[in-house]
Design a binder for this molecule. Structure first.
Ligand SMILES: Nc1ncnc2c1ncn2[C@@H]1O[C@H](COP(=O)(O)OP(=O)(O)O)[C@@H](O)[C@H]1O
Ligand SMILES: [Mg+2]
Length: 255
């Protein structure tokens, strides 16, 4: 059965989408079957995997409104071994549409249950907020991976995020675990990145991934070509680091 990992941090710009796209591509490169779920109305994971987000009949929005089945919604093999549940700006209205709907925290989970056996990994890219879409991601997930940008305010908001994970574990998804945090945009030329890593290690009682994702311009360029880093520049430091992260996650649970 597929391992479901939500990539979450309510801060924007920390590398959630970059991690979702490239971790998925690297897992796929290692022969794993991957489903990526885009729960951010910005749809950057969708377009970053080469899908035209404005030309879709069925997206996560239609799915959670019950207007299509998960089978209608999946874009199969957007790249080899990576299928996508896509999103676009329509999803921004979902929270309002779901007012008063029964069990609205479990809509995504109930759908994903149908296809969980078809994949080795299901990666969920979360929006930059702690809203109903994030809650749906966390009720669906087995674990939460938190990208942390190596910058001065790295720890800001982290206790709120961990509190949210704990609340969801207590009340909605007792099996939810913290996969841990992964440092992103590490710049070896500055002391700041190193200090941030040291500071987080000293203050955070959570699992910290051994792999650190460097700042690499190729990672920032790839989405505009609709490609993951494994296709855009497979020999870059960005590609190498996401391969290491994929290995780390595969080996952690022997999936
Ligand atoms: N390791 C990296 N090196 C260089 N640029 C990066 C890296 N990770 C992310 N970026 C860039 O930083 C910006 C924010 O990243 P993104 O993954 O979209 O964050 P989030 O999904 O958390 O909002 C994007 O422009 C992205 O291309
Ligand atoms: Mg994003």
């Amino acid at each position: 059965m597929g391992r479901v990992i939500a990539i979450a941090n309510q801060k924007g710009g920390v590398g959630k989408t970059t991690t979702s796209i490239n971790l998925s591509a690297c897992l796929a490169e290692k022969g794993k079957k991957v489903l990526v779920i885009d729960t951010d109305p910005q749809g950057n994971t969708t377009s970053g995997l080469g899908i035209d987000k404005n030309d879709l009949d069925n997206t996560v929005y239609e799915l959670i409104l019950g207007e299509c089945s998960i089978y209608d919604c999946i874009v199969k093999d957007a790249i080899p071994n990576v299928s996508v549940l896509p999103s676009n700006v329509n999803l921004a209205a979902a929270e309002i549409e779901l007012i008063g709907v029964d069990k609205k925290e479990f809509i995504l989970k109930n759908e994903v249950d149908f296809v969980k056996d078809d994949y080795d990994f299901i990666i969920i890219d979360c929006p930059p907020s702690l809203n109903l879409l994030t809650i749906n991601a966390m009720t669906t997930a087995d674990s939460v991976l938190v990208p942390i940008q190596c910058e001065f305010y790295a720890l800001e908001g982290l206790s709120q995020l961990i509190h949210t994970v704990n609340l969801i574990k207590e009340r909605l998804n007792p099996d939810l675990e913290m996969e841990g945090v992964v440092f992103t945009m590490y710049d070896s030329r500055t002391n700041l990145s190193m200090q941030v890593v040291e500071n987080v290690k000293a203050n955070l009682q959570e699992n910290i991934c051994d792999t650190v994702i460097p700042r690499n311009i190729r990672l920032a360029e790839a989405p505009s070509y609709g490609m993951p880093i494994t296709m855009y520049d497979p020999k870059s430091s960005g590609a190498d680091s996401y391969r290491k992260l994929a290995d780390e996650l595969i080996n952690r649970k022997g999936a």
